[in-house]
Write a protein of this length. Structure first.
Length: 464
């Protein structure tokens, strides 16, 4: 772990504030197709499947790039990598306004997607400014940059109506370019990078950075993020289209209601980090999955017309979710997804302090792939079934499988130990910190005993 003895609170706040703001702008750019894509769909006469591919393509680049961007951040420092990512993305967004055919839109979308890779850069950069007792809260605050999706869903429709989609893309490009320059001017290299350069040490090679990925537990750890983040992104992209198609709303109204979902799915991530520290990440994940499966069950029920043979003749009635109820349920879903995102991600700098970029990049990549695969799946299911709520049927199955998998993993682990307080906070850590070895610092940390750095304690009853 890097030496933070000379780091001041002001430097920490500046690094966290600049990273969070920059990530917010990047996330807003990353989801721009959720709004301008509706106009492009109309202009080109795209099917729902083609539209799903269009809005998901930036997510593909943003997901796959997280691995190598995370590694480069660990090697060369987040200040430099973050700036380069934003500059390159701003160029791609500006060039987007010059294309006119569907294949070229897909190519431009790949460049726009680089903005999504900024998450792995920011996580690695921010975590190096804090000790592990404060990393959960700091990374939760950084993760609030997901609110960029709400900003796009709320603000972009008005730009689209006033300026057209081409000018909207250009405005986004200029804002991102200015953000990149400002970030570079007002931030410093993280303490770990500074210390390494002072000692003349060479950065770790890529293969060494990828070493933790040999653990199967890390991959299982990533798959939980597929729902809490991937499904969040997919709905942020899909809901404007859903509101227009199902409820016949104008694009500005649809964008604002989609923002109502994305906003709690972002701003409460810091609360999720705090709750994970206080109640244990496993408890927060149980709450997240249980609430999500209940909400998705109701959202997946399609509008239905019933005819019942009554005593005095047929009785007809309809069952459908009204717009206010639908909006309320999506806000609840976004809130619990926000808690789950923080619960999953706070562990990485604790268990992999020297590989935050690579491990964080993998977790972010898997989650981001959910944001790529799911919108395409929604479009395909719409075209094949003709049922609008089929997207929530898919999410119901996905979160149900995640909940069952996590529960039985925990039960299997509990059956192997005499005292469940010896279990790590999260089942994915099984094998990395065996519960029998209670004398190790990691086992003490998992059991709620004082850690060697700062002496922080957890609640044993809830952490296990």
């Amino acid at each position: 772990m890097q030496n933070l003895g000379t780091v001041t609170r002001a430097e920490q706040n500046r690094a966290l504030g600049a990273s969070t703001f920059s990530f917010t702008v990047c996330f807003a750019v990353w989801t721009i197709f959720s709004i301008i894509g509706l106009k492009i769909k109309q202009d080109l006469g795209l099917s729902d499947t083609q539209f799903g591919i269009l809005v998901a393509t930036p997510v593909l680049t943003g997901s796959l790039s997280r691995i190598f961007l995370g590694i480069w951040t660990d090697q060369y420092g987040g200040r430099r990598v973050f700036t380069i990512v934003m500059l390159l993305t701003s160029i791609a967004v500006f060039l987007l306004s010059t294309v006119s055919t569907y294949p070229m839109f897909l190519v431009a979308a790949l460049g726009v997607g680089l903005a999504g890779g900024s998450f792995a850069v920011g996580i690695a950069y921010t975590s190096k400014w804090y000790d592990k007792e404060h990393q959960g809260t700091a990374l939760g605050i950084f993760g609030m940059g997901n609110v960029g999706a709400a900003i796009t869903n709320f603000g972009a429709p008005f730009l689209l109506v006033a300026l057209g989609w081409e000018k909207t893309a250009q405005v986004y490009a200029v804002i991102l370019f200015v953000t990149a320059i400002s970030f570079f001017l007002f931030t410093k290299e993280d303490p770990a990078t500074v210390a390494r350069k002072a000692k003349g040490e060479k950065p770790r090679g890529a293969l060494m950075q990828l070493e933790p990925l040999k653990n199967l537990q890390v991959w299982r750890f990533s798959l939980y993020y597929f729902f809490v983040f991937g499904a969040f992104v997919s709905l942020a992209l899909w809901l404007p289209r859903y509101y227009v198609g199902v409820y016949g709303l104008e694009i500005t109204t649809a964008g604002m209601l989609a923002a109502a979902y994305a906003l709690p799915g972002s701003i409460f991530r810091a609360l999720g980090g705090w709750m994970s520290d206080k109640f244990g990440a496993r408890s927060v994940m149980y709450w997240t999955f249980t609430a999500s499966i209940a909400v998705c069950f109701f959202l997946s029920y399609p509008a239905t017309h019933y005819i019942v043979q009554g005593i005095n003749g047929p009785i007809e009635f309809d069952i459908a979710i009204s717009l206010p109820v639908f909006v309320t349920l999506t806000i609840i879903l976004g809130f619990f997804m926000s808690l789950g995102k923080a619960a999953v991600y706070k562990h990485i700098p604790v268990y992999y302090p020297d590989h935050v970029g690579s491990v964080g990049g993998l977790v972010g990549m898997i989650g981001g792939l959910g944001g790529f695969i799911l919108p395409i799946s929604y479009g395909v299911m719409n075209d094949l079934t003709g049922v609008w709520t089929s997207c929530f049927m898919l999410l119901f199955v996905l979160v149900g499988a995640a909940l069952i998998w996590m529960h039985f993993t925990i039960k299997r682990m509990e059956a192997r130990v005499e005292d469940t307080r010896d279990l790590p906070e999260f089942p994915e850590m099984e094998g990395l910190h065996p519960p029998k070895v209670a004398a190790t610092p990691e086992a003490k940390h998992a059991a709620g005993e004082p850690s060697p750095v700062g002496g922080a304690t957890a609640n044993p009853a809830t952490s296990s």
